[in-house]
Design a protein around this ligand. Structure first.
Ligand code: PLP
Length: 376
């Protein structure tokens, strides 16, 4: 009989995932004694190390680190409610619920929304948290080809049910492309379904004032729409939030198991996220991000990057080996860019995934793109 030493089959070397302990200092990453420029962070606005954001967290630490219990027992804090109100107002929703992380938000949200009689209609490239939430809910899942609203429409026609939900990422994590939120809402209306959009990568970076792709498409706050955002990316902190109508959010307070049975977020994270929201609203970092992205796109024109207006800029390489080789060559030149391989992405689409942030300097982006041109 196997014990824990031979329980798992061995992962081939080109597929092995690695935890690489590194210290970060601004946009620099210290890795195995090397100092590299980090082009692999979701900290799109550089707020994770912004002095005001750090100060916000430090201020909250004077009283306690941990919250000690679930929000439904004694772990709740007025600061959570204040930030929920600010987020709801900013995004144009009635109500907001802060939970532990984006992963917990989606797993618990879909589990609460759907039961075994419900039908879910999901983009094939949706984030793992949405996939896992659907599995837990136990209803029927129908997956449509990436961004294919025609196929989605056909599936909706074919599978009538009382409770149906269309589920999509806003910005897709590995491709950097963008859902057509307005078209999805149109289908939700025409077919009498809910629409869940997880704009983890878009909120803070996309749309007017960084209010995400639903604001860009002018549908933010619609009663058919439920939205998820994270503090882990553009907000530079940790945690996540769900936006919707008063009744929906109250229903989640009663039912969402990842809220009820998990320790409340530390207030230091909330204080950091609240400061981050203020900075996002002021807009300086977003302006810088847009300039940096424009520079990156100008300097990589013709190199075959995927079409993406988000900070996620993937370059499909194809084979695992080649992608790994290129990542290693970039690393030798002082740049940290990950090779993303199957099973994270489909077979034969191994890629380099660059992320551009507001905190990169012009010079860092120019050096990277010059080096990439040379290597390709
Ligand atoms: C990152 C991400 C999540 C997970 O959010 P965390 O706060 O990191 O747990 C969920 N959905 C999408 C689309 C993401 O990109």
């Amino acid at each position: 009989m196997p014990d824990s030493r031979n329980w798992f089959p061995e992962t081939p070397a080109t597929r092995r995932r690695r935890l690489t302990a590194s210290r970060r200092q601004g946009m620099l990453i210290h890795l195995d004694g090397e100092q590299l420029i980090n082009f692999a962070s979701n900290d799109y606005l550089g707020l994770s190390f912004h002095p005001a954001v750090c100060m916000g967290a430090k201020g909250a630490l004077d009283d306690a680190v941990g919250s000690g219990a679930s929000r439904l027992i004694s772990g709740d804090d007025p600061m959570l409610h204040r930030l929920e109100e600010k987020l709801a107002a900013w995004k144009g929703y009635e109500s907001c619920l802060i939970v532990g992380s984006g992963m917990l938000a989606n797993i618990g949200l879909i589990q609460a929304l759907a039961d075994r009689h419900s039908h879910l209609f999901a983009d094939k490239l949706n984030h793992a948290s949405l996939v896992d939430g659907a599995r837990l809910a136990g209803g029927q899942s129908h997956r449509f080809k990436h961004l294919d609203s025609k196929q989605l429409s056909q599936l909706l026609e074919k599978h009538p049910a009382e409770k149906r939900i269309i589920v999509s990422d806003g910005i897709f994590s590995m491709d950097g492309d963008c859902a057509d939120a307005a078209a999805l809402l149109g289908l939700a209306e025409a077919n009498d379904t809910l629409l869940l959009i997880d704009d983890a990568h878009g909120i803070g970076c996309m749309g007017p004032e960084g209010r995400g792709i639903t604001a860009r498409d002018n549908i933010s706050g619609h009663p058919r729409l439920i939205e998820v955002g994270t503090f882990g990316k553009a907000f530079g902190s940790y945690g996540a939030f769900i936006l919707g109508t008063d009744e929906l959010i109250e229903g989640l307070r009663q039912r969402q198991r990842t809220l009820i049975y998990s320790t409340a977020l530390p207030v230091a994270m909330i204080a950091a996220a609240e400061t981050a929201l203020l900075l996002i609203q002021r807009g300086q970092q977003l302006q810088q991000l847009r300039e940096n992205l424009a520079l990156f796109k100008e300097k990589t024109a013709g190199l075959g990057f995927m079409a993406s207006s988000s900070p996620i800029q993937p370059l499909i390489i194809g084979s695992d080996e080649k992608a790994l080789q290129l990542a290693a060559a970039l690393r030798e030149n002082g740049f940290f860019v990950p090779a993303i391989r199957p099973p994270t992405v489909p077979e034969g689409t191994a890629r380099l995934r660059f992320t551009i942030t507001a905190a990169h300097s012009r010079e860092q982006i120019e050096k990277l793109t010059a080096c990439l041109r040379e290597l390709l």
